[in-house]
Design a protein around this ligand. Structure first.
Ligand SMILES: Nc1ncnc2c1ncn2[C@@H]1O[C@H](COP(=O)(O)OP(=O)(O)OP(=O)(O)O)[C@@H](O)[C@H]1O
Ligand SMILES: [Mg+2]
Length: 450
């Protein structure tokens, strides 16, 4: 077995030979990946992988003779240590769960497939396995290929919710309520999900006045100067490829792609009012990403209008205090139909996408408004309640670029963010009907009875 960081040998399996050629070219740009064999059906792939002792197979989920699940089971017998990765056009939580239960390491979406991200993930997981095996060899003596540790116990209950594209925006006309904090942590929690880690996630900074996403993600200023929303003026829609996304976007936490806002005030103003450009950005990103999280500015602008139009979920971030709630009530009133004023445009289709996220950016006080009061005032349901957490401040001040949700995965803050990630995208199905329904348990720590 090779050591960490050394070459990763890969067998590709697909009926489509052209696709495999393109794939090879893209994957081999990664310094570790070496494609050592092709196969157009499952039995040939298994044969090649075992004879060549490949580190991994990347296969279409469904080949003519077998699926990736069966391939994983057979390779566990015939070539233990060869990891199986799959590509699928049609990913559901059930598919991912059943595949991972039998040892498929990851399923990547075929729509908007990124060779770079896939290569990174395969190399990372092969290296992880090498590390694990060398650790075992160190403590228990030499390990022959195939006698090392197998994956941990995996639950086999299935969740049938399909993974559909989500465009989630965080919003409030009031500043400083936690829009960026929630957007960044939510994107991170989705990418941390064992079911969605293969999905492509992009975090978009539509706050041209603030451009704070880069600070939360610890991005390099120079890179943000060079690659931000401004350069999308030159993007020719219709001629973009998944590889272009790697050039146009920056790398954020855990392989999340980030599109920062412009850094100069003049550029920022130009973009903020350029509805056509904002439309183009979201149309293109929707082609390549399953999950899009947009951090919006505390204003009503053409940019916000575009985001609201494309959003599948508009998260209204509120603090339990009068000002933040009043601003939201004004907004929802503006959107509501007025029977007495037929000329007022009816924007209730936007209202239907709105949910309140009650964010405690300060420790609770006796003057805090209750969720029911907030929901009544704004006329929109409270969807999640995020507790105050010092790890939010630690994440901002630490240079390790870890998000609060990563720092302590079991903290009430992290649990609340993951719960919200699940409600939006199905990222943590174990939480549904389990701990959550028994609010006295894990979630009961902060879901107080009101
Ligand atoms: N749940 C929380 N626990 C602790 N601190 C929080 C929490 N949410 C937000 N904060 C803190 O509140 C401040 C404002 O948060 P953030 O920058 O996310 O707000 P925003 O709405 O994006 O602001 P702006 O309108 O300026 O863009 C930050 O210092 C952040 O660290
Ligand atoms: Mg912000």
């Amino acid at each position: 077995m090779r050591n960490e960081g050394e070459a990763v040998s890969l067998v590709l399996a697909s009926l489509d030979a052209d696709f495999m050629m393109d794939l090879t070219q893209g994957l081999q740009e990664h310094p570790q990946i070496k494609v050592i064999g092709f196969a157009q059906n499952g039995s040939a792939a298994i044969d090649r992988a075992s004879k060549m002792a490949a580190d991994a197979v990347l296969t279409e989920y469904a080949l003519t003779d077998i699926t990736a699940n069966e391939m994983a089971k057979r390779l566990a017998e015939e070539s233990p240590g060869t990891l199986v990765f799959a590509i699928s056009e049609n990913i559901t939580a059930q598919l991912v769960q059943s595949a991972k239960a039998v040892g498929v390491k990851e399923i990547f979406p075929k729509n908007g497939f990124s060779a770079k991200e896939t290569a990174n993930r395969i190399a990372q997981m092969v290296d992880e396995q090498r590390r694990e095996w060398s650790e075992v060899a160190r403590t228990h003596g030499a390990v022959e290929k195939g006698t090392g540790p197998r994956g941990q116990k995996i639950k086999t209950e299935y969740v049938t919710r399909a993974i559909t594209q989500s465009v989630i925006m965080t919003y409030n006309i009031k500043g400083g309520v936690g829009k960026t904090t929630i957007a960044v942590n939510l994107a991170t929690a989705i990418k941390m999900s064992p079911y969605l880690s293969g999905q492509r996630v992009v975090l978009v900074d539509f706050d041209c006045g603030g451009s704070n996403v880069r600070l939360h993600c610890g991005l390099n200023d120079n890179e943000c100067y060079n690659r931000n929303l401004s350069i999308w003026q030159y993007v020719e829609e219709g001629r973009t490829t998944a590889a272009d996304m790697d050039d146009l976007l920056l790398d954020g936490p855990l392989g999340i792609k980030v599109l920062p806002a412009p850094m100069s005030k003049k550029e920022a103003e130009k973009i903020n009012n350029n509805m056509e450009l904002c439309e183009k950005v979201l149309r293109v990103l929707k082609k390549y990403f399953g999950i899009i999280v947009i951090d919006c500015a505390p204003n009503l602008s053409p940019m916000t209008d575009v985001a609201m139009d494309h959003a599948t979920h508009i998260l209204l971030i509120a603090n339990p205090e009068g000002q933040a709630v009043k601003k939201l009530s004004e907004l929802t009133l503006l959107l509501r139909k007025d029977e007495d004023n037929p000329d007022k445009p009816d924007m209730s289709h936007l209202l239907r996408k709105m949910r309140i996220v009650l964010n405690h950016k300060q420790p609770e006080t006796k003057w805090d408004l209750k969720p029911s009061e907030i929901a009544e005032n704004v006329g929109v349901p409270v969807f999640a309640e995020i507790p105050y957490s010092e790890s939010v401040l630690r994440a901002l001040h630490d240079n390790r670029c870890k998000q609060a949700v990563e720092i302590d995965g079991g903290s009430p803050f992290a649990v609340a963010i993951k719960q919200m990630a699940n409600d939006l995208t199905g990222a943590y199905p174990e939480a549904v009907g389990g701990e959550r329904s028994k609010r006295g348990g894990l979630f009961g720590k902060f879901f107080k009875k009101r």
